[in-house]
Design a protein around this ligand. Structure first.
Ligand code: FCB
Length: 525
């Protein structure tokens, strides 16, 4: 079977499977043939990253992003956005009472070591290393900015913790993306014609400087949520509420296309400049995006229109971007495979992923008739929080839906590349549900491996409580809490569960059965 056929074989029935899964979640059953019995135990054994390679240990880590955990990330669009009144819940700022990660490198590395993790995903902030356009053009980086990331990488290396470095995690330098609503009608960030070239240069310099310590790279974190927040909902800079007009939607999707092209240039730049195999796995650079993948269900399981809308959104959200950067399939009209002549083959995009980074959080309901219908190419109303399902919810109102991780991994496995879960986590201020959440999600991940998906790592979001973008500090995603005065990190109770999975290399259904049932969430705006 070719890659494309495998992907289709798995993805075409996805909506029907999704509808059936929702029916099961809602307590009904279609009475068809029974699915394979769930295994009583799943394992995370060392495995080769590429066919024929030597087996390497499964990556068990956690993630952060610079703007969410650092203080003084001043030269970014997000710093301006945070300073704009009314944009962040509670008026929170990462500079006031945040985890201040760059001042607590030793604490974070100690937390990773104490909990048995062997990998850490974080971002190197472009605007910290190059605070001004002239510093970037003259290649005169800020010495303190360079030194602090070098220190972090050296300390991780000394502790035998593999870094996975993100080169843009939402925040862009403020000399590329203004971040104040006064200029939002002018092209920002990825929209500017010069940005892709500058980004490739940033990737080259990062690889030359740190490639001896880094093998795993993410070019851009979540290209689609970036656009959803910044160009459709208006909750991220540049703050456009474009989802209600066709012109706004067209602008949003033009940004997604620009990100795909910028990613490909960065991929080439990283491979050209990172020639050192830091961890001895036989390859100097593993490059991808961290792609936010979701499951999609029709809001009304009996509605053919809702099912069609869910299928189309699933294509746009989960596959459009990956089709472009893995297979070079450029669907310029974003209308799916229904008009094959629209889809061209672009060799400048094809094969620009060495693995697929999967960020998975939850499920989505899609309606063709209920709620605010977004214009083309979406043409539907979309629900992601406080959905009318019987599933337990997080503090953010997101459904806890571990089976969805299996679904998105099966789908991504169709691209024929290794998979890394680059984010998965829960807003849980009480830490009442995180242990069960981790068990259930790692069980689904292990089951996906048993089905043949080549999943080689899992990064829990997040290492430490942090600044959750427009929602400020209310959502608590951290495995570790921190003291707002001293910055000292404290392991939450759930860390013991993650550590015991890491140490045993397995999850059993008995452990899941023994975990406390999900408790009611606390609410976050
Ligand atoms: C993801 C983001 C990450 C964090 C988590 C909760 O979409 O990549 O920065 O905000 O959600």
């Amino acid at each position: 079977m070719t890659t494309r056929m495998r992907r289709r074989a798995r993805s075409l029935p996805a909506v029907l499977a999704a509808a059936a899964a929702l029916a099961v979640a809602c307590g009904s059953s279609s009475g068809g043939s029974s699915p394979p019995a769930p295994p009583s135990e799943v394992t995370f054994a060392p495995a080769p990253l590429a066919p024929g390679g030597k087996p390497v240990p499964f990556l068990f880590g956690s993630s952060t992003a610079g703007f969410q955990v650092e203080s003084g990330d001043t030269h970014t669009d997000w710093a301006h956005w945070v300073a704009t009144s009314g944009k962040i819940a509670g008026g929170d700022s990462p500079d006031v009472g945040g985890p201040d990660a760059l001042a607590h490198i030793d604490d974070d590395v100690a937390a990773l070591v104490a909990s048995g993790q062997n990998a850490y995903r974080f971002s190197i902030e472009w605007g910290r290393v190059y605070p001004t356009l002239s510093a970037f053009m003259n290649d005169t980086p800020d010495p303190a900015g360079v030194a602090v990331y070098t220190t972090l990488l050296q300390k991780l290396s000394a502790a035998h913790i593999k870094p996975l470095v993100t080169l843009v995690h939402f925040s862009l330098p403020d000399w590329l993306s203004d971040g104040t609503i006064a200029t939002q009608d002018q092209p920002q960030g990825w929209e500017r014609p010069e940005t892709a070239g500058y980004f490739a240069e940033w990737c080259t310099r990062a690889a030359r400087r740190w490639g001896n310590l880094v093998d795993w790279w993410v070019t851009i974190n979540e290209p689609l949520p970036y656009v959803l927040g910044g160009y459709i909902q208006g909750s991220f800079p540049p703050g456009l509420v474009g989802g209600v007009t066709s012109a706004g939607m067209a602008r949003a999707f033009a940004v997604v296309k620009a990100e795909a092209r910028a990613h490909a240039k960065c991929f080439d730049a990283l491979h050209a400049a990172d020639t050192v195999d830091a961890d001895g796995d036989g390859r100097a650079a593993w490059v991808s995006v961290a792609k936010h993948q979701r499951t999609f269900h029709p809001r009304d399981a009996s509605s053919a229109d809702d099912a069609a809308a869910a299928a189309h959104l699933e294509y746009l959200w989960n596959r459009w971007f990956l089709n472009a950067i893995v297979e070079g399939r450029w669907d310029d009209k974003l209308d799916g495979d229904t008009v094959p002549s629209d889809v061209t083959s672009d060799p400048t995009l094809a094969h620009r992923a060495d693995y697929v980074g999967v960020n998975y959080y939850s499920d989505t309901l899609v309606s063709a008739s209920v709620g605010l219908k977004l214009p083309a190419p979406i043409n539907a109303a979309v629900f992601q929080a406080n959905m009318p399902t019987p599933r337990p919810k997080t503090d953010f109102g997101w459904d806890i839906y571990p089976e969805g991780l299996g679904t998105v991994l099966d789908e991504a496995a169709g691209y024929g590349l290794p998979l890394v879960v680059t984010e998965n986590g829960i807003a849980d201020a009480a830490d009442a549900n995180r242990a069960r959440f981790v068990l259930e999600h790692l069980y689904q991940l292990g089951w996906a491996i048993a089905r043949g998906d080549r999943v080689v790592g899992y990064f829990h979001w997040a290492l430490v409580d942090n600044f959750e973008w427009a929602s400020g500090f209310c959502p608590h995603f951290g495995l570790y809490a921190y003291d707002k005065t001293t910055g000292a990190r404290t392991a939450k109770k759930s860390v013991a569960t993650y550590t015991s999975i890491i140490r045993s290399g397995r999850v059993t259904t008995a452990e899941i059965d023994a975990a406390p049932a999900y408790a009611a969430p606390r609410e976050c705006p």
